[in-house]
Design a protein around this ligand. Structure first.
Ligand code: NAP
Length: 489
């Protein structure tokens, strides 16, 4: 049951992902999709709109008529209790028609203010009374701060147990994010070095070239901190920093991630400025096109204090990571669209090549999350020729050249996992709670103090000067990720 069936997420991501799963045989004929939204549509009109979205985003329609015949539409206002009873009757009929054993997946692809109401109504109107499994898939954002997240959690927990709740963080569905675990735990090479004796610092960058587009109303209340840091960025740090789990199952991985989140050095509000900086984009040029400042975007206040960029330093106070900064940065309207992790190893104890003109570059392990997917190892090698001089070389693995065609979309994986009951790549309440508590201190500092320097970075740049200064204080510098593309290696 898909709540928000006529929305952007359903059309762009969910229908194409379901279709791919169907084509791969991961969904059998025993399924039905009930689309729920307010507008009046017949089943046929709904099926045609699903077909259109698949044609638009996948560009093919093999077996499509059979696929869309499993789609049904229910016009329904989620605030109207009576309508849930009709939905229940429809669901029971489909249970019989398709032999579904009463298994139900409720996907909330709607504005978050409805999440609590829907869950409570599903329970009170009996939709969760079923002989099969019942699962709730819930989109971000999960609350606005710790308090609101706790209240939302309380409401959905009235209808679903924690292990029936699948909180989406679509970064966790990405191939290379899942690959962090494999790189670390399936290679003898890295894990012995994966600690404060050999690693100097880790940098996680997630940059977008897009601005706020038509999401100004939402973004004004959210900003980059809540939109990106609380969930995706902290999740990536947790995966990079966690201890090897004793088994690769949901509970063990989650408990290791939770231990990382618990080890983050907490800040007092007055210390936030030493660890985190914020930015807001000015006008500028992106891909050769003049673009406006954030404050001139639709539905944005002309004196907005909302950050469109965040950079920060996270310290993980445990034996493995004491003293190693994890730098994160994310922003809109930056020079490149890219998500990359750079692990910088410490310099070797002495440079035997000091008498050459070359300085030795530190070894780097670069994990490319998007748009390319791959891994690059930066080493020093001998420059060919007579002299003993060094030259930097890059060993590169790119998914594109191997199995790009088969790389599933994040939503495809997450939908499949939720159907199979594998919650590993979804966030547990404990993770959400700890992330919000960490981020709330930063929000408090920033909400209390207007940032007089806004706007402080040009569209098309890599962010404000304060972000460079943050690393320079520690003797580090951001690696130019835009030059690290797999294709340039
Ligand atoms: P959207 O395009 O605004 O769609 C909202 C959907 O909710 C529409 O189908 C709308 O249909 C329905 N709806 C609104 N009020 C309703 C009501 N009272 N009763 C029943 N249905 C109602 O939103 P979206 O962009 O798809 O986003 C949905 C969720 O996914 C949000 O939580 C968002 O944060 C999250 N998300 C979206 C994206 C994305 O790429 N779009 C990415 C990540 C996360 P009617 O108007 O016909 O009722």
């Amino acid at each position: 049951m898909l709540f928000g069936a006529t929305g952007d997420l359903a059309n762009r991501k969910l229908y194409p992902s379901l279709y791919r799963l169907y084509k791969k045989g991961k969904i059998t004929e025993r399924f039905a999709v009930v689309g729920v939204a307010r507008r009046q549509l017949s089943n046929e009109e709904f099926q045609n709109s699903v077909k259109e979205s698949i044609l638009t985003y996948i560009g093919e329609n093999v077996e499509i008529d059979e696929f869309i015949s499993h789609f049904y539409y229910h016009s329904h206002d989620v605030t109207d209790a009576a309508s849930y009873r009709e939905l229940k009757t429809l669901a029971e009929g489909l249970d019989t028609t398709y032999n579904l054993d009463g298994n139900r997946l409720f996907y909330m692809a709607m504005a978050p203010e409805f999440f609590g109401t829907i869950a409570e109504s599903l329970k009170s109107e009996g939709l969760t009374d079923t002989d099969g499994y019942k699962r709730l898939v819930i989109e971000k954002p999960f609350g606005h701060n710790f308090e609101s997240a706790q209240e939302l959690n309380r409401r959905i927990r009235t209808a679903f147990a924690e292990d029936e709740i699948y909180r989406i963080d679509h970064y966790l569905g990405k191939e290379m994010v899942q690959n962090i675990e494999v790189i670390r735990f399936a290679n003898a090479l890295f894990e012995p070095l994966w600690n404060n004796r050999y690693i100097s610092n880790i940098q996680v960058t997630s940059s977008e070239t897009l601005g706020v587009e038509e999401r100004g109303r939402y973004y004004e209340k959210s900003g980059a901190l809540r939109d990106m840091v609380q969930n995706h960025m902290l999740q990536m740090v947790a995966l990079l920093a966690m201890e090897p789990p004793i088994r690769l199952n949901t509970d063990e991985i989650r408990s290791e991630k939770v231990r990382v989140l618990r080890s983050f050095r907490t800040m007092k509000v007055e210390d936030v400025k030493d660890y985190f900086v914020r930015g807001q984009y000015d006008n500028g040029m992106v891909d050769g096109v003049e673009v406006p400042a954030y404050r001139n975007e639709q539905m944005v206040a002309p004196d907005s204090n909302t950050e469109t960029y965040v950079a920060g330093k996270l310290m993980i106070d445990n034996f493995r990571w004491a003293g190693v900064p994890f730098y994160i940065r994310t922003g809109k309207r930056m020079a490149a669209k890219s998500t990359k992790i750079v692990v910088q190893f410490k310099d070797i104890p002495m440079n035997l090549y000091y008498n050459t003109k070359e300085t030795l570059n530190p070894n780097l392990l670069v994990i490319h999350i998007q748009p390319e997917e791959g891994v690059t190892l930066h080493l020093n090698a001998k420059k060919s020729g007579q002299s003993m001089t060094t030259t930097p070389v890059r060993l590169n693995f790119s998914n594109k050249s191997v199995d790009r065609m088969n790389t599933p979309e994040a939503y495809e994986k997450l939908l499949y996992d939720s159907m199979r009951g594998d919650a590993t790549n979804f966030t547990h309440w404990d993770e959400v709670a700890l992330s919000w508590k960490f981020v709330d201190t930063i929000s408090e500092a920033w909400e209390n103090a207007k940032e007089e320097s806004f706007p402080n970075y040009a569209s098309g740049s890599m962010g404000p000067q304060s972000s460079e200064d943050l690393l320079q204080k520690d003797g580090h510098t951001w690696w130019p990720i835009e030059e690290f593309d797999v294709d340039n290696c």
